[in-house]
Design a binder for this molecule. Sequence first.
Ligand SMILES: Nc1ncnc2c1ncn2[C@@H]1O[C@H](COP(=O)(O)OP(=O)(O)O)[C@@H](O)[C@H]1O
Ligand SMILES: Cc1ncsc1CCOP(=O)(O)O
Ligand SMILES: [Mg+2]
Length: 266
Amino acid sequence: MLNYQLLDQVRATTPVIVTFANYVTPQIVANAVNVIGGSPIMSLEPAEAAALVSMATAVTLNLGTAQSAELDFVELVALGKAANELNLPVIIDPVAVSVPFRSQYVARLLKEIKVDVIRGNASEIAHFAGVAAESRGIDAVGEVDIEAVAIAAAKNTGMLIVLSGPTDIVTDGNKVYKIKNGHELLAANVGSGDMLSSILGTFLLKGQDRLEGLALATLSMAVAGQLAGQKNEGKPGTFSAALLDELYQLTPAKLEQFGDWEEIND
Ligand SMILES: Nc1ncnc2c1ncn2[C@@H]1O[C@H](COP(=O)(O)OP(=O)(O)O)[C@@H](O)[C@H]1O
Ligand SMILES: Cc1ncsc1CCOP(=O)(O)O
Ligand SMILES: [Mg+2]
């Protein structure tokens, strides 16, 4: 079962989400966290990492444009370690991870910090499952068995997996939430995945079952995207603004009415 009221609990507590953003999409990611009910803060400065994380409920590390320049890596490690010390969830978004520089970068990061959640598209999650999958830069292409890939990635890494796409899969390797809402315009909007990766953090309130929190966050993004898309068919520009409107106007009642999801237990 999913507790749709968690959305209201998010809004009642306004959780701070620290994001190491890529340089392409920080504005829409910050707005996404804000309109769903959280409070975003982005940072590039290692010296303030511990202070920021001490105010937060989750940390999202988006690796989309992370550079080898030591400051980027030092900041990622500083944020991750600060979260690990407080037992706060760390989410990574391994954009285009199959590019060799990026695979090595993630592997290096995972040696330094404990990561709890990986959010990526099917091609990105396939990397962690050890399954060959096609990708085109930031996008997933080709067909994989998304449920099998997500479960294998969870089992290989010991992390919670959010595999996004036309159908989203949220799994710990045993229990699987399959979320069928969404709209193709989400894929046309660069940054949808990044928005989701930071929105995930807002639903991981203290004491909250993490897998259920991730599933409800993923459902929220998919339902808001579907409602925005239905009102803006063929219009990616206005869709982008409407997506923020729908996230802002989302309610537990809408999640219950429009949510199309199933829970599968191993
Ligand atoms: N073809 C699609 N139909 C419906 N929803 C989609 C589609 N493609 C992506 N989404 C949704 O878009 C969001 C971002 O996912 P995705 O596009 O896989 O991430 P990324 O931008 O990292 O590749 C998720 O909420 C996902 O459910
Ligand atoms: C275009 C681009 N290049 C590096 S990161 C990035 C944004 C990726 O955004 P998303 O994966 O959410 O579509
Ligand atoms: Mg992405």
